[in-house]
Design a protein around this ligand. Structure first.
Ligand SMILES: *Cc1c(COP(=O)(O)O)cnc(C)c1O
Length: 430
């Protein structure tokens, strides 16, 4: 290359860089404006956060700031001083139903239908076997979301073997065509954990019920991120975890919803003593309690459960409509910034652009996704990587802001542009 060509290339690169800087200044300015108008902006201060951009709340929600002091009281006073008395005096015994009722409005359920306890996996088992038992002997097939989170699929296989049914994997969109008089139950994920795609719970539930089958929904990636409307849409059974968008803490207990009209027929495959009509009667014969309590199994994990109960206070006064609006605005803005910052062709978005089909995360497919996510973490941007090539960015409306979104997309643009950067003359990199 002659000196003259080099000069031209340098000028061109400098011009490109100036244009890029201007574009990012505009994006940062827009982020400031969106943050200033955000009705949920103040909720962020209820959480323990630092200057990391935390986009992994769809895997482990952040810590609400008042939880440590509450847990100190639970451990030191309730356990340390009151000891056995706390089962009654501190409300330990009734915590599973009480906390279920606190989750209920977040998923559109009236009180008395949700019980908290066990893991999501265990609740999938209870819900699915319970659904198959209600459907009755003539129905020998269980349909399962073909893209399901793996644990749901594994549990469904075992539930089918135990109940003498077979499992068929079906794409959620194809469920209406796959339903028949043989269908006992359909297990679906409301939002796909990998792509962030939202499925049409009202329409699918209504098709499933019209076929005489039961609809079992896994809400792990929707509860706390968008309105669910369990009662309104006639869902039969549902499960979900509480450590993602509900911020209950690592391994916090999951929940089981059994709709009012299915409760009397619900025959739990795990009828532990906590679900007995008279648990302290110590009777030799099982007789199930009525209502949500029927979903309980054994002694609840009180420490995790009470941490969850405290964590749920951050929802006081928060409207799920505002949460959904902000979630969509955050993911829209992220997609806009990614479009502006990420070199063309370097990443492919697998999350739907259509709001009606989008949950609260954006998933991008790209080469070397694992290395890309590590490079982002080095820049203080935390998302996660899912095999084989997916970058996941979760947007938790209670504590993620628009400036975070702009910074994350900027970091991603830098990381994915790095090999382009090598082509720039020395002084222009950075
Ligand atoms: C996170 C998640 C789970 C987790 O199950 P656990 O038993 O709580 O570990 C299950 N299903 C879905 C769809 C999930 O996203």
């Amino acid at each position: 290359m002659s000196d003259a060509t080099l000069g031209a290339a340098t000028r061109k690169a400098a011009g490109l860089k100036a244009a890029a800087q201007e574009a990012s200044a505009l994006k940062a300015e827009k982020a400031r404006k969106l943050d200033a108008e955000d009705p949920l902006a103040a909720v962020r201060s209820s959480f323990v956060l630092d200057d990391t951009v935390y986009l992994d709340g769809n895997s482990l929600g952040a810590l609400p700031a008042h939880v440590p002091a509450r847990m100190a009281d639970v451990i030191e006073r309730q356990w340390g001083e009151l000891r056995i008395r706390s089962w009654e005096e501190s409300g330990w015994w009734t915590a599973p139903e009480r906390i279920g009722d606190r989750i209920a409005p977040l998923v559109g359920a009236a009180p008395g239908q949700i019980v908290v306890g066990d893991s999501t996996s265990v609740n999938v088992f209870k819900a699915l076997v319970g659904a198959v038992r209600i459907a009755g002997d003539g129905r020998d097939e269980i349909l399962v979301d073909a893209g399901t989170f793996p644990t749901d699929g594994y549990i469904a296989q075992s539930a089918a073997r135990l109940t003498g049914r077979t499992v068929r994997a079906v794409e959620p969109d194809e469920v209406p065509g796959a339903l028949s008089g043989r269908t006992a139950a359909v297990l679906l994920n409301h939002v796909d954990y990998r792509t962030g795609r939202l499925y049409d719970l009202p329409a699918l539930t209504s098709a499933i019920r019209a076929a005489g089958a039961l609809a079992v929904w896994d809400l792990c990636h929707s509860a706390g991120a968008l309105p669910v409307g369990l009662d309104e849409h006639g869902v039969d059974l549902a499960v979900g975890c509480t450590y993602k968008y509900l911020n209950g803490g690592p391994g916090s207990p999951a929940y089981l919803y059994v709709s009012r009209d299915r409760q009397d027929a619900f025959d739990s495959p795990l009828p532990g003593w906590n679900s007995h009509v008279e648990p302290f009667g110590m009777r030799g014969v099982y007789e199930p309690a009525a209502g949500a309590v029927r979903g309980r199994v054994g002694t609840p994990d009180i420490l995790s459960m009470l941490a969850l109960e405290a964590a749920l206070e951050v929802w006081d006064g928060v409207s799920m409509t505002d949460v959904r609006a902000k979630s969509l605005a955050l993911t829209d803005y992220f997609l806009e910034c990614v479009d502006a910052y990420v070199p063309e062709g370097r990443a492919e978005c697998i999350t739907p652009y259509d709001h009606g089909r989008r949950g609260s995360q954006v998933a991008l497919r790209c080469a070397d996704a694992g290395a890309v996510m590590r490079a982002l973490a080095d820049r203080g941007i935390v998302g996660d990587f899912r095999e084989p090539d997916v970058l996941r960015f979760g947007f938790t409306p209670l504590y993620v802001g628009f400036a975070d979104v702009e910074r994350a997309a900027g970091g991603l643009g830098e990381v994915l542009g790095e090999d382009l950067g090598e082509d720039l003359p020395e002084g222009l990199r950075g």
